[in-house]
Design a protein around this ligand. Structure first.
Ligand SMILES: O=C1O[C@H](COP(=O)(O)O)[C@@H](O)[C@H](O)[C@H]1O
Length: 266
């Protein structure tokens, strides 16, 4: 049976019994946000991550979602990307294309992937320019408290070290507040060159979901969510605090196993 509730102002926690339930709950959540955004704005601007998240989104390609979701209204972005060719096995674009985008009727021109034929710095600048144009035409909303884009949904995974997107613990890039998109060339997890949304962009989204499974991530989940002493100010996942938006954690039981006293109603 799933547990659900709000904890420590760290967002809504959804703790699912097993991966199958998590996949279904995640697909329902994305489909509902898509429907609401299309009704309100006529489009749905969604940013994906790489890693295990894509496999966990797989139910969206199955009935009923493959027929009921208004795929033509989706605009797809990436919260982070590895600076490799688009056909490389490390590419977050390739992962999403093979796992989801090639299986549903997304409009190809709505897929905003990163230029893989330039340097990390140039790719970050180009990507920011593309997003800026889409903000101007309101395909992507704009935050009313900063000049940041306001994505309808940013989907994040989390590594065992607490990294989200390509924002790694104690990395200087966590302090980046001027740019929407930036780059790193020293990622502790290969490949070293990556581009990533910055924290101000992530925290300006209308909705952010962090999807985490497996016991190897339980300690990072505890540090990111619980009131721990000393606090972990440089743990990226803890810095996800949407200013006006809503944060939801999707966890399986092993990932949630080190959380302090859960007292949600079943
Ligand atoms: O390198 C990355 O890792 C994170 C987490 O991946 P996971 O396989 O442990 O879920 C991912 O969210 C990010 O997009 C990716 O570039």
């Amino acid at each position: 049976m799933a547990l659900s509730g709000v904890k420590n102002n760290r967002g809504e926690l959804r703790i699912l019994e097993n991966l199958d339930e998590l996949r279904t709950d995640l697909a329902d959540y994305i489909a509902e946000l898509s429907e609401a955004a299309v009704k309100e704005r006529g489009v749905f601007a969604i940013a994906l991550s790489g890693g295990s998240l894509i496999g966990l989104m797989g139910k969206l390609c199955e009935a009923p979602y493959n027929k009921t979701v208004d795929w033509a209204k989706w605009y797809i972005f990436w919260a982070d990307e590895r600076v490799v060719a688009k056909n490389h096995s490390d590419s977050n674009y390739k992962l999403a294309k093979d796992g989801i985008l090639s299986k549903v009727p997304i409009v190809p021109s709505h897929v905003h992937s990163i230029n893989d034929s330039v340097s990390a710095e140039e790719a970050a600048d180009e990507y920011m320019f593309v997003i800026r144009q889409l903000v101007k035409t309101r395909m992507v909303s704009v935050s009313d408290i900063s000049d940041c884009p306001k994505f309808d949904l940013i989907l994040l995974g989390m590594g065992p070290d607490g990294h989200i997107a390509s924002l790694f613990p104690s990395h200087a890039v966590l302090d980046e507040t001027d740019e929407w998109v930036t780059f790193i060339t020293d990622s502790p997890k290969p490949p070293p060159e990556r581009i990533t949304f910055t924290l101000p962009v992530i925290n300006s989204a209308s909705n952010v979901a962090i999807v985490v499974t497996g016991e190897s991530k339980a300690e990072a989940v505890h540090l990111a969510i619980d009131n721990v002493e000393p606090n972990c100010p440089s743990l990226p996942a803890r810095l996800v605090q949407p200013t006006k938006g809503k944060l939801v954690w999707f966890l399986d039981k092993p990932a949630a196993s080190k959380l302090d006293d859960l007292q949600f109603s079943e």
